[in-house]
Write a protein that binds this ligand. Sequence first.
Ligand SMILES: CC(C)(COP(=O)(O)OP(=O)(O)OC[C@H]1O[C@@H](n2cnc3c(N)ncnc32)[C@H](O)[C@@H]1OP(=O)(O)O)[C@@H](O)C(=O)NCCC(=O)NCCS
Length: 208
Amino acid sequence: MEIRVLTEADTGIFWAVRLRALREEPEAFGRDYEETKDRPLAEVAGVLREEAESADDFTLGAFAGVAGAEALIGIAGFRRHRGRKERHKGDIWGMYVAPEARGRGVGRALLEELIGRARALPDLEQIHLTVVATNAAGHLYRALGFARYGTEPRALRLGDRYLDEDLMVLRLEELEAVRAYDAAQVAGDEAVPFEQAVAEIGRDRPRP
Ligand SMILES: CC(C)(COP(=O)(O)OP(=O)(O)OC[C@H]1O[C@@H](n2cnc3c(N)ncnc32)[C@H](O)[C@@H]1OP(=O)(O)O)[C@@H](O)C(=O)NCCC(=O)NCCS
């Protein structure tokens, strides 16, 4: 499997996967398939082109070799907030793995790549996402260190049904503390107790 940033040249395959996600998983995404499906491809290409001009926003694709050809099997987007007071934050959007490729680590690999790229952005401190409270994807986010900081009741309405959404955040400095702690453990160093490491950065949260 290869994970890379999608470019304008990927517009067609990206949009096919994105629309499949919205059509087949209406409960997982805020965007509606019917409202999205007629968006001109040129507009989608424009977004991918703009992303290529700055590291702040990107869309990742996971590719697998299928019958000798490369197939896009998963996508995940990252968008940094723009304003001076909000540039320390960015959002994950559109996380999706095709059903036939699930349960094999593709989602985790996409997220790890996304977090790695976001960590490299100067002054980026927090990665946010929203996930429908009943969605099993929440397990994956928690496993990678995201913590829930709230729930929006009735965030989405599908016909006569309402779905709550969990608001989650990954604080990158906290992630650094966890990684440093793990590295010290592996190296057998005299490590700072984990609770102390977390307390030092002003948070009290169970280890992911
Ligand atoms: C969520 C999604 C992206 C996960 O992709 P995936 O490739 O199947 O995930 P992975 O195989 O990398 O699994 C990652 C971890 O999450 C856990 N996980 C995944 N699905 C799970 C489920 N249904 N229940 C519990 N845990 C689950 C796995 O146990 C795994 O943990 P591990 O690495 O410790 O074994 C995929 O299921 C999907 O596209 N769902 C529909 C769209 C969606 O809900 N997107 C999220 C919108 S916020």
